[in-house]
Design a protein around this ligand. Sequence first.
Ligand SMILES: NC(=O)c1ccc[n+]([C@@H]2O[C@H](COP(=O)([O-])OP(=O)(O)OC[C@H]3O[C@@H](n4cnc5c(N)ncnc54)[C@H](OP(=O)(O)O)[C@@H]3O)[C@@H](O)[C@H]2O)c1
Length: 244
Amino acid sequence: MKIGIIGAGNIGATLARKLAASGHEVKLANSKGPDSIRDLARDVGATAVSKEDAVRSVEAIILSIPFANYPDLAGLFKDVPTDVVVIDTSNYYPFRDGAIAEVDGGRPESTWVSEQIGRPVVKAWNAVLAETLAERGQPNGTSGRIAIPVAGDDPKAKATAMELVEATGFDAHDSGSLGDSWRQQPGTPAYCTELTRSELRSALQSADQSRAAGNREALIREFAAAGGKLTHDEIVARNRAVTA
Ligand SMILES: NC(=O)c1ccc[n+]([C@@H]2O[C@H](COP(=O)([O-])OP(=O)(O)OC[C@H]3O[C@@H](n4cnc5c(N)ncnc54)[C@H](OP(=O)(O)O)[C@@H]3O)[C@@H](O)[C@H]2O)c1
């Protein structure tokens, strides 16, 4: 598949590496321009391009930029055919992104993203830590394989996103509509807790929207206080404990 990725950081570059390794043709873009990611793109098996080029002549587009920057992408999709699948990996963290009233008021993050860019999106890969994505993928059929929730309203677009999630080494789990995608946002039991498919199904069902923002903030405070001293497994364990 021809894929454009906007955002060449922890998540975008890792997705580029994994999708290129599984045979996809990947273009990678950032905000500073292709010259600034030429070496990175070569290293991960992708081609460095501008944002405009990343959305041209592709079958899927992955957006992986800081949440507050999505309004920058408004207008980018005006000539992109409607059958091109747009996948959003984002999460909202007010300490980093500033307060966004609609999302604080309960609008699912990816619904807000979709409104900013003027396109339907599928939400995927948001609920795995960058290290999980980079290091913990496994071949299909491996016992204990970690599952990733994939939410969206268009069945065909969601099927494409799920195929790509599987290609990155994780079970793709259909987590419902975009309206339901608050169930996989920060502060919920499904978020960055490294669950198998059956565990993920239960976690999504048990999510409590009224607790999510409080859990998210409690975890951020805890991680900040630890000053980078927690191991990856300790972070996952704290995510599980606080959101249970
Ligand atoms: N890190 C994680 O563990 C994790 C896990 C799951 C989901 N996520 C979510 O995935 C998204 C990306 O996270 P990340 O950790 O990969 O971020 P990151 O490492 O900070 O990388 C962000 C990338 O986005 C690019 N960018 C920023 N603004 C842009 C714009 N207006 N147009 C085009 N490119 C732009 C940056 O390019 P420049 O450097 O050129 O500005 C950079 O390449 C976030 O929404 C995050 O919440 C993160």
